[in-house]
Every structure is written in C-alpha cells, then in structure tokens.
Design a protein around this ligand. Structure first.
Ligand SMILES: [Zn+2]
Length: 114
C-alpha cells in the first residue's frame, strides 16, 4: 500500500450499466500526494498523456480500469478501457473449522462493546 491520488468522475458502469456519480478513480501516476482532482482541472504537476486509473463499482463490485487523458496540463476526460471480474462472485466462504473459530476468538478477544 502507498499514497495515491484520485479523480472523481460520473460514469456508467461498463458491467452493470448503472450510472455512478462521483466514483473515485485512484492512480499512482500522479504525485502520490493524496490529492483529489476533477475533470477540467488544470494541474501543472501531473503528467501529460494517459494515466492509468482504477475504481470499483459500488453497486456490482466490478473493477473498472480507465485512462485519464491529460492535455496541456488539463484533465480532459476518463475513458474506460477494461473492466474486471465481479468480485462478489469470487469470494469463497469456507466452512469454518474448529481452528478458524478459535483463531477468531483470540483475535477479537478484547471487545469492549464499541
Ligand atoms: Zn457496476
């Protein structure tokens, strides 16, 4: 894990086709300052060209990858180029064994009611 920056974009999810407002697309291609940017914003520090962006659709949990197009230091638009698997379909819930239950007890052993 490390610092990243993000851009909020309204998109139509390429997987579930839902309209998602202000979806946070993260990138490591900027200055990693934990800053928020938006489309149309001018930012001298960010790179020219295409930045690799990633987001997760909050409705179907599909991963979405896009290019952020930057020309003359202005963030022009975000173009979705690929979407990944629906993460929900890839969670495997194992039957909890006796050892798992004992591990869980020792990890959450100091609950104080919060
Ligand atoms: Zn979706």
């Amino acid at each position: 894990m490390g610092l990243y920056d993000w851009v909020r974009v309204d998109i139509k999810c390429p997987h579930c086709k839902s309209e998602v407002k202000n979806l946070e697309f993260q990138t490591y291609d900027f200055g990693r300052q934990f800053n928020e940017y938006s489309i149309g914003q001018k930012q001298n520090k960010i790179v020219e060209g295409h930045c690799n962006m990633i987001a997760i659709c909050p409705l179907c949990l599909c991963s979405i990858r896009g290019w952020l197009n930057i020309k003359e230091c202005v963030i022009k638009d975000l173009e979705v180029f690929r979407y990944g698997v629906n993460l929900k379909e890839h969670i495997i819930i194992k039957e909890s064994s006796k050892e798992c239950q004992e591990d869980a007890k020792s990890v959450s052993g100091d609950e104080d009611g919060n």
